[in-house]
Design a protein. Structure first.
Lengths: 230, 246, 215
């Protein structure tokens, strides 16, 4: 039985993903908090800058994306912090499955519980800003393609800052500059739609970042995890 | 390999000590020459007048700021592959100098922007990416200072620099993309391509001066780092400067 | 089930932490069916040594060997042979006893049936508590789940850090018998403990002393 599973390192991805999804379901409240945070912060902007429809529509893509980015950022400690504290991260590192597959599974579970629901929720919130159907679709598509990159780069920061004093703030410092390309292409997609142009170029670029992240970040995050356990 | 001999802190320490004055002198001479060429020899710009001369500081510092990050990435690869402690110390020693050049580039850019465009800060592609580069430097410095265990700090820092350097071209490209999308003001350094030879020469010499300065200062700093880290090692007790202290 | 004959050895391992040398040029070897007990006062580096053997910590110099093959930290060879139980319970507060057991085995590529798992829980006396969440289990009960994982994990080299912590007498006896039967089928153990364990198998001891920083 053991030997069979060993020949399939990709099982490690599935097992780790299932494990983290189960854990996320057990603490649903915590998982929902990120979404609630997103809704609240997005709703703060009209109150702060006034309800003029033209201005709101102008800032909508930027506001939505920055809020999504912050919401993802707030959930990042969840990725490894608990496992690090209770010792299960040692177990995962010593697993027969290769660590890159395991952290890949964890990142997938993280995205399914943060970026994915955010992408589904965003169009509903986008209505508050007077975005039109086409723009909402592009916003959602951009978030679907872009938030995995936020998770992957964030996992890197989360793994590097494990157990470090003031880790959450430090992680933000490390990760936010790396988020800039996603922010640019994500908002660019919505803005070009608003200008009546094709959003495809921006979405393709997001997809490219996504693919690049999928092939490279599991190894970097695994390396970072090992460094933090050392 | 003979090169690896110098990867040992105990051999590198005296070598670095011998090199510092040479690079320091070179930096000073090149800087004097570069400033002379830039401030007195290079012709006045017919559009911007004398103000343009700040580019003899601005452009070289911006180049070197970017270059130092690349050098750090090179050391990061060495550090992660060969586990040489010295490489990690070099990254640590280079980072503050890199950050300083980035700040200088931003500052001189702002000083140049005010008389030229009437505003200190323009969100143009080059200034924005330099700002992001500063964030990367600050992130690295914050990370290695937050981690108490030096071994872990070395490895974590090296990995971060490596990931950062992979991202730098992506960030640079995305910022340019964003800039064209928003049709922002764009600073063109060369004012067309008819830059006078004296201007180019002065800029290159200034860049060399910055480079030599960076080497001298980071060698100084790496010596301090070596001493702090290895203060209990036998060879440190044998150094003449240290003997004098005891 | 029994394991192929194994021998684990450490060759001149040195580990520094900050400016302190935790251990210098440490060597030892353990053979199949043997247990190595690490002894020494708190802070001499017993846990660090276990983490070095596990591959979690990379030593400053020296190497580990398994049957003459070099055991690189967290290499496939290392991960296929070594099971490490640390200070922390390695359990999830939000999962039940049975789920904790199932997950710990699943992430380690060990496929088990529910019957096998319940049997293991029965052996460690937790059958009744199988639906109790990790956070509601006592410290001793948590350690018992650790024993259940040991029963099923199928790895030949066990590294146990103070395995008797928080265990009552009955559980200590259970722990010892589990280790004994592991050794009997050709497994080997490295245990950091300050107690004398009533093991039937040959025991090697490694007394670790505080090292002063090299001057």
């Amino acid at each position: 039985m053991t030997d069979q599973t060993l020949n399939q390192p990709e099982r490690g991805f599935i097992v780790a993903c299932q494990r983290d999804l189960k854990l996320a379901m057990r603490s649903r409240g915590e998982t929902l908090q990120a979404l609630v945070f997103f809704v609240i912060v997005v709703s703060l902007f009209p109150i702060a800058i006034g309800p003029e429809a033209v201005i709101l529509k102008r800032v909508a893509p930027g506001v939505m994306w920055v809020c999504a980015l912050l919401a993802v950022l707030l959930t990042l400690p969840r990725l490894f912090q608990q496992d690090y504290a209770d010792g299960t991260l040692d177990q995962l590192a010593l697993s027969r499955y290769p660590l890159p597959f395991i952290v890949g599974g964890k990142m997938m579970a993280h995205w399914l519980t943060t970026g994915f629901p955010l992408a589904l929720l965003a169009p509903a919130i986008g209505l508050q800003y007077g975005l039109e159907a086409r723009e909402l679709v592009v916003l959602s598509a951009g978030l679907l393609l872009g938030t995995p990159v936020l998770t992957m780069l964030g996992a890197m920061g989360a793994a590097l800052t494990l157990g470090v004093r003031g880790g959450a703030m430090l992680m933000a410092l490390l990760v936010l500059p790396l988020y800039i390309p996603v922010l640019i292409f994500g908002t660019g997609a919505v803005e070009s739609t608003m200008a009546g142009l094709d959003a495809a170029a921006n979405l393709y670029l997001l997809a490219a970042l996504n693919l690049f992240g999928i092939v490279s970040t599991p190894f970097a995050v695994a390396a970072a995890t090992k460094i933090s356990l050392d | 390999m003979s090169l690896f001999k110098y990867a040992a802190p105990s051999t590198f320490y005296p070598l670095a000590g011998k090199l510092v004055p040479w690079f320091g002198t070179l930096a000073f001479l090149l800087c004097a020459l570069g400033l002379y060429l830039g401030l007195f020899v290079a012709p006045e710009d017919f559009q911007q007048g004398e103000v343009y001369r700040i580019i003899f500081v601005h452009v070289p510092t911006a180049w070197i700021a970017m270059f130092i990050y690349l050098v750090m990435a090179g050391y990061a690869v060495l550090s992660l592959i060969y586990q040489t402690r010295l490489s990690a110390m070099m990254i640590e020693a280079l980072a503050p100098t890199g950050a300083m050049f980035t700040v200088l580039a931003l500052w001189t850019g702002a000083l140049w922007g005010k008389p030229t465009w009437g505003t200190y800060w323009v969100w143009d592609a080059r200034m924005t990416s330099t700002l992001i580069l500063l964030f990367l430097y600050v992130g690295y410095i914050a990370l290695i200072n937050a981690i108490e265990d030096k071994r872990r700090a070395d490895k974590a820092g090296a990995l971060l620099v490596l990931v950062g350097s992979v991202n730098v071209p992506i960030i640079y490209f995305s910022v340019k993309w964003w800039n064209t999308l928003h049709q922002g003001a764009s600073i063109s350094v060369s004012q067309g391509n008819k830059m006078a030879t004296a201007m180019l020469l002065a800029m290159l010499i200034m860049a060399l001066a910055c480079w030599m300065y960076a080497i001298a200062v980071s060698l100084c700093r790496v010596r301090a780092i070596i001493l702090t880290r290895e203060k209990n090692a036998a060879w440190v007790a044998g150094i003449n400067e240290i003997k004098g202290l005891k | 089930m029994s394991f192929t004959t194994l021998a684990l050895s450490a060759k001149v391992i040195t580990l520094k932490r900050g400016e302190r040398d935790l251990f210098v040029d440490l060597s030892f070897s353990v053979n199949a069916g043997e247990v190595l007990v690490l002894r020494g006062a708190n802070g001499v580096g017993k846990t660090s040594l276990l983490r070095v053997i596990a591959g979690l910590t990379v030593p400053d110099s020296g190497k580990l060997e398994l049957n003459d093959a070099i055991l690189k930290p967290l290499s496939e060879l290392s991960r296929n042979h070594i099971h490490y139980v640390g200070h922390a319970n390695q359990l999830k507060d939000d999962l039940t006893a049975e789920e904790n057991l199932a997950d710990a085995l699943a992430v380690d590529a060990v496929a088990t049936s529910i019957e096998t798992r319940l049997d293991a829980l029965n052996q460690v006396g937790l059958l009744k508590q199988r639906h109790v969440l990790g956070k509601r289990l006592s410290q001793g009960q948590k350690r018992r789940i650790g024993i259940a994982i040991l029963l099923l994990n199928q790895k030949p080299i066990w590294l146990l850090d103070e395995p008797t912590n928080a265990l009552d007498d009955a559980a200590v006896t259970l722990m010892c018998s589990v280790v004994d039967s592991h050794l009997a089928r050709g497994g080997l153990c490295v245990i950091a403990t300050h107690l004398s364990l009533a093991l039937h198998k040959p025991t090697r001891e490694l007394l670790m002393r505080e090292l002063m920083a090299a001057r």
